[in-house]
Design a protein around this ligand. Structure first.
Ligand SMILES: C[S@@+](CC[C@H](N)C(=O)[O-])C[C@H]1O[C@@H](n2cnc3c(N)ncnc32)[C@H](O)[C@@H]1O
Length: 292
C-alpha cells in the first residue's frame, strides 16, 4: 500500500469507528435503563477498576456510559494545579475524575472525534458543575493541543482504535511538557486470528486494531518517551470474554436484538471468546517525556 492509500484507509477506519461510537453512546444509555443483567450501569465502572469514592456524586450518565477498559487515574500522582489531557475522552468519566484531582487551579482537556460523545461529555461536565474542563473536537493522531503544554496524558481504551498508532505516540511526546507523564489503559493482544483482523465490525470493538504489548512499548520508546512500563495486566479468560462481548450488546458485532438473530449472536460470541481466550489483555502503561 502506498502512502496515499494508507492515508485513505486510515480515514475510512476512523469513519467506521466514529459511526460505531456515535450509535453506541445512545444505545448504552437505553440498555442500561432497561436491562439490569447487562454489565453496564455503575457495575461496569466498578468492574473495570473505579472505586466508590471516585464514582460518588458524579452525574449518573457519566458512569453508565463509560467505554473504558481500566481506570488510568487510579493511584496516579496527578496533583492540584496540573494540566491533564485525555485522548478519546468519550462521555467524560475520566475528565470528571481528573478535574477533581487538579482542582480549580488546574485544567483538564478532552479530545474526541465523535460529536455525540463530545455532546454527552459536555452535558456531564455541566451537570457536575465543573469549570476546569474543556472538550475539543479532534483526532488523537493530530492533537489540537499546543506542544509541551500538558503535565499528564491519559487515555482509556482508545489508542488501540487508531489506524495510525505511531502518529499518536509521537503526538503524546509532542504535547507533554519535559518531565510530563503518560498513563493509559488499553487493550493489547498476541496472535489475533487473521479473520478477526479483517472484520471491520471487530475493529470498533477494540479487537481488530490491537497491537501486542511489545509493539506498544517499543512504539512509545521510538517516539522519544522513557521509563516505559506496564503497571498492570489483566489477561482475559473465556468467561470474562463472553461477558464482555455480551455486555457490549452486540453494539458493534450484531444488529440489535431481533429474536431470530439471538442464536446467531450467541454462537458468534462464543466463537470469538474461544478464539481470543488468553490472547487479549487490558493493560495499564506508563511513560514519561525526558526532563531537560
Ligand atoms: C472505547 S471509547 C472510550 C471512551 C472513553 N475513554 C471511556 O473510557 O469511556 C473510544 C473513544 O475514542 C474516540 N476515538 C476513537 N478513535 C479516535 C481518534 N482517532 N481520534 C479521536 N477520538 C477517537 C471515540 O470517539 C470514542 O469516544
Amino acid at each position: 500500500m502506498n502512502s496515499k492509500e494508507k492515508k485513505s484507509d486510515a480515514k475510512k477506519i476512523r469513519q467506521e469507528v466514529e459511526k460505531a461510537y456515535a450509535g453506541a453512546v445512545s444505545q448504552q444509555i437505553r440498555n442500561c435503563c432497561v436491562n439490569s443483567e447487562k454489565l453496564c450501569c455503575p457495575t461496569k465502572a466498578k468492574v473495570i477498576g473505579y472505586g466508590d469514592d471516585e464514582l460518588g456524586n458524579l452525574p449518573a450518565d457519566s458512569t453508565i456510559t463509560t467505554f473504558g477498559c481500566g481506570n488510568p487515574l487510579a493511584f496516579s500522582e496527578v496533583r492540584e494545579g496540573e494540566t491533564v489531557l485525555d485522548l478519546g475522552s468519550g462521555t467524560g468519566l475520566d475528565l470528571l475524575i481528573a478535574a477533581r484531582k487538579v482542582g480549580s487551579s488546574g485544567l483538564v482537556i478532552g479530545v474526541d472525534m465523535t460529536e455525540e460523545m463530545i455532546a454527552k461529555a459536555k452535558e456531564n461536565i455541566r451537570a457536575a458543575g465543573l469549570k476546569n474542563v474543556e472538550v475539543r473536537k479532534g483526532l488523537i493522531e493530530d492533537l489540537p493541543v499546543e506542544s509541551s503544554s500538558v503535565d499528564w496524558v491519559i487515555s482509556n481504551c482508545v489508542i488501540n482504535l487508531s489506524p495510525e498508532k505511531e502518529k499518536v505516540f509521537s503526538e503524546i511526546a509532542r504535547v507533554l511538557k519535559p518531565g510530563g507523564r503518560m498513563i493509559v489503559s488499553d487493550i493489547v493482544a498476541e496472535n489475533i486470528p487473521e479473520w478477526m483482523r479483517e472484520n471491520k465490525n471487530l475493529y470498533s470493538a477494540c479487537i481488530s486494531g490491537v497491537i501486542s504489548e511489545k509493539e506498544y512499548l517499543s512504539g512509545l520508546r521510538k517516539a522519544g518517551l522513557e521509563k516505559v512500563k506496564v503497571c498492570e495486566r489483566l489477561v482475559y479468560q473465556l468467561a470474562e470474554l463472553e461477558s464482555i462481548i455480551k455486555s457490549s450488546d452486540g453494539l458493534f458485532l450484531f444488529p440489535a436484538s431481533e429474536n431470530e438473530k439471538e442464536l446467531e449472536a450467541n454462537e458468534a460470541t462464543r466463537r470469538i471468546a474461544r478464539e481470543l481466550d488468553g490472547k487479549i489483555a487490558s493493560v495499564k502503561i506508563s511513560a514519561c517525556k525526558p526532563a531537560p
